[in-house]
Ligand binder design. Structure first.
Ligand code: PLP
Length: 353
């Protein structure tokens, strides 16, 4: 059988994943046959996971970080909801989140039997603390904010949301799955050091340039991880807090290698280049008369007529849209100025057809 052609990323403007860093790829290959789900047996990869959690703690302002390398943002978000549900003292828990929240929270609510209450966002596309407060009650187990929304790259007012959670005796979770590797180089207030945040999702396999699967769940308290742990009688290790059982040592090792190589200077360079590219392409699109949502983080949304979107997509660009139909250009590390110039040339050609 012929081998399938691997993903090249050259014309991918839709993805929140990217080409892994060469050191991450090499580390992944070395640790392919390891299982951090059984840390007593697979000790080397377990040590690497401890290193990853330590460095993610540094990135997110958390002194004694707890957590693990999840399969991705979805697992980390599900686990944050699970921990909050398990810690809450109610039989009918709810989670309050802005409408910009990732769809993984719908999965979490369904699987865990919690009520997901969605508040409208403000005109700035960020969570509106007042709208969220109106949904909070005695059964609220978790208040969620997003630091780098999937559709528009917005950063919610995390300190206000953390206050709201604290007043309700609920936990506060920040979903920085995508934004977490860019935000340390901005002035946004988003992390454990800025507010009473309890848990966070931050994914090395997105802006962190690790291989898939390498998501990240962080927790401030040991009690949160305890709330997730189950006993594991047939393994050398005696308990497990992860959602998956056997999991990829490749993801863990690649995250360790990428963080070692890139934190902080490499990530700063990635962010600055990506942000400059996003602002450049946003200006270029605005100059052409399109409605552009300004890039707070390296993600541009732009209103294109359906026929034009389809015509450019036909020129073999991998493109995605927001729920409202805008084109989303995610300026990941693999998206260069040359790539964006080529995209604009195709866009112009399609308009002239
Ligand atoms: N959270 C946010 C903000 C995301 O943008 C995404 C995916 O793009 C996720 C969570 C889910 O991550 P994953 O696809 O790795 O499960």
């Amino acid at each position: 059988m012929e081998q399938a052609v691997p993903q090249t990323f050259d014309r991918v403007l839709s993805s929140m994943c990217t080409r892994p860093h060469p050191v991450a790829r090499a580390a992944a290959e070395r640790f392919l046959a390891t299982n951090p789900g059984d840390p007593e047996t697979y000790r080397a990869v377990a040590d690497l996971e401890t290193e990853v959690v330590e460095t993610l703690g540094e990135l997110t302002g958390l002194d004694q970080p707890r957590g693990y390398v999840a399969s991705g943002g979805t697992e980390a978000n599900i686990q944050a909801v699970r921990a909050a549900r398990n810690r809450a003292s109610t039989d009918d828990p709810n989670v309050v989140a802005p409408s910009s929240v990732h769809f993984s929270f719908q999965k979490a609510a369904e699987v865990l039997g919690v009520d997901l209450r969605i508040a409208p966002v403000g005109s700035d596309r960020r969570a509106d603390p007042e709208a969220m407060a109106s949904l909070v009650d005695d059964d609220t187990a978790l208040v969620v904010g997003v630091a780098g929304t999937t559709e528009y790259g917005r950063v919610d007012p995390i300190p206000e949301l953390a206050d709201l959670a604290a007043e309700a005796d609920a936990l506060c979770h920040v979903d920085a799955a995508w934004g977490g590797f860019a935000l340390p180089f901005t002035d946004h207030e988003w992390h454990f050091g800025h507010a009473a945040v309890d848990t966070m999702t931050i994914d090395p396999h997105k802006m962190g340039q690790a291989v898939v699967p390498a998501g990240g769940l962080l927790a401030r308290d040991a009690a949160t991880m305890d709330a997730l742990a189950v006993e594991t009688p047939y393994l050398e290790s005696t308990s497990q807090a992860t959602l998956t059982g056997t999991r990829s040592g490749a993801g863990v090792a690649s995250a360790a290698a990428a963080l070692d190589e890139l934190w902080p200077d490499g990530y700063r360079e990635n962010y600055e280049r990506a942000q400059a590219n996003a602002e450049w392409v946003a200006d270029a699109l605005a100059d052409r008369g399109f409605d552009v949502v300004d890039p707070v983080l390296p993600l541009v949304a732009v209103d294109l007529p359906d026929s034009l979107f389809a015509a450019v997509q036909d020129r073999d660009w991998r493109l995605a849209r927001t729920a409202r139909g805008e084109l989303r250009l995610v300026c990941m590390p693999h998206v260069t100025r040359d790539t964006l110039s080529a995209f604009l040339r195709d866009l112009d050609a399609c308009r002239d057809e």
